[in-house]
Design a protein around this ligand. Structure first.
Ligand code: NAD
Length: 312
């Protein structure tokens, strides 16, 4: 069994690649950036193909040559990168999805799994947000993801392309680059793990929807395995956990009592974070048996242990 992972050298993609290898699969990583430092240690069952999602010929060539049964489509310009380069984001995020759908149709790919995001909903929706809530994204990134979702549904309708996807909340993990407004959701754990002080830019009562990286990987693989007749829709919300920032600090202090965490409000970040809704995942629970994974306490313990181990 061969899986192709677009964006396989990114934060979530790399952990997905490792999980697929552990399951005995062969994996092809398609990514714009060459990260031999990440892939070389993973052995011979990983093949790296450098290419551009925005180029139909690059996408068709990799799919035709490797004939994957499953494609996990994670490659994208995310969040701020999309906001800073909207034309490129259109070509990579929407164009890349279009190209993969075409390649999947041409070369009989069995399943195409798409990583979408909570950012499709935008501000002002009431939490918890249902799968079919109206989508009015407030960013280029969110708009490119909504457009990709809707295009994928048309491909499924017209050609029967077996595409499905999940909308993830902010994903956290020790290897995440902490950039953007959601960085604090990683830095609270990471800075405490390494004994560094950290001033949190939002108030303690702010709720934050986050998912630990192993759960995000589990959700992608789990959705890839569900038979079509169990799916009542193509795109599903997965919720993660929704602690307040104060809950996160308390959980860190259970593990690291001396953690130097304080608050220094940044109003711009506060406004952005308050606009992120909490997702309802009743569709995923009902249709494909999705269930919660790491609790907040388990997340903190695993995060701290993994971060410290990777640096020792
Ligand atoms: N990280 C999160 O919190 C989060 C939340 C919701 C959804 N998602 C989705 O999950 C996916 C992966 O996110 P991530 O955090 O791992 O992002 P990331 O930025 O770490 O990884 C994205 C990867 O895509 C690659 N890429 C970018 N442009 C490309 C192109 N033109 N051609 C080929 N490869 C290209 C990058 O080189 C990178 O390796 C994205 O689609 C994102 O929208 C992420």
């Amino acid at each position: 069994m061969t899986s192709l992972v677009t964006g396989g050298n990114g934060f979530i993609g790399h952990q997905l690649v490792r999980a697929l290898l552990e399951r005995g699969e062969d994996v092809v990583v398609f990514d714009a950036q060459d990260r031999a430092d990440l892939l070389d240690p993973l052995g011979e069952r990983v093949t790296f193909v450098q290419g551009d999602l925005a180029e139909l010929s690059d996408v068709c060539t990799v799919v035709e040559h490797h004939r994957p049964q499953t494609i996990f489509h994670l490659g994208a310009l995310i969040s701020l990168a999309a906001e800073m380069a909207p034309q490129r984001a259109f070509r990579v995020n929407l164009g890349g999805t279009f190209n993969l759908l075409e390649a999947a149709k041409l070369f009989d790919v069995e399943t195409l799994v798409y990583a979408s995001t909570v950012a499709v909903y935008g501000a002002g929706v009431e939490s918890p947000v249902a799968d079919d809530a109206p989508q009015f994204p407030a960013s280029v990134y969110g708009a490119s993801k909504v457009a990709s979702e809707r295009w994928a549904e048309q491909h499924h309708r017209l050609y029967g392309t077996n595409v499905r996807g999940i909308r993830l909340p902010t994903v956290t993990g020790p290897t995440r680059q902490a950039v953007g407004a959601g960085a604090f959701g990683t830095l609270i754990f990471k800075e405490a793990a390494f004994g560094r002080p950290y001033a949190i830019p939002v108030t303690p009562d702010t709720p934050v929807a986050i998912m630990y990286i192993p759960d995000a990987v589990r959700a992608l693989i789990s959705l890839s395995e569900i038979s079509n007749d169990r799916l009542t829709r193509r795109f599903y919300n997965v919720a993660g956990i929704a602690p307040t920032v104060g809950d996160m600090v308390s959980a860190v202090r259970q593990v690291i009592p001396e953690a130097e965490l304080s608050y220094r409000l940044d109003e711009k970040i506060q406004v952005i974070v308050e606009s992120w809704p909490i997702l309802s995942q009743t569709g995923a629970e009902h249709d494909w048996g999705w269930h919660d994974g790491f609790t907040l306490d388990e997340l903190v313990r695993d995060f701290v242990e993994t971060a410290r181990r990777s640096c020792s």
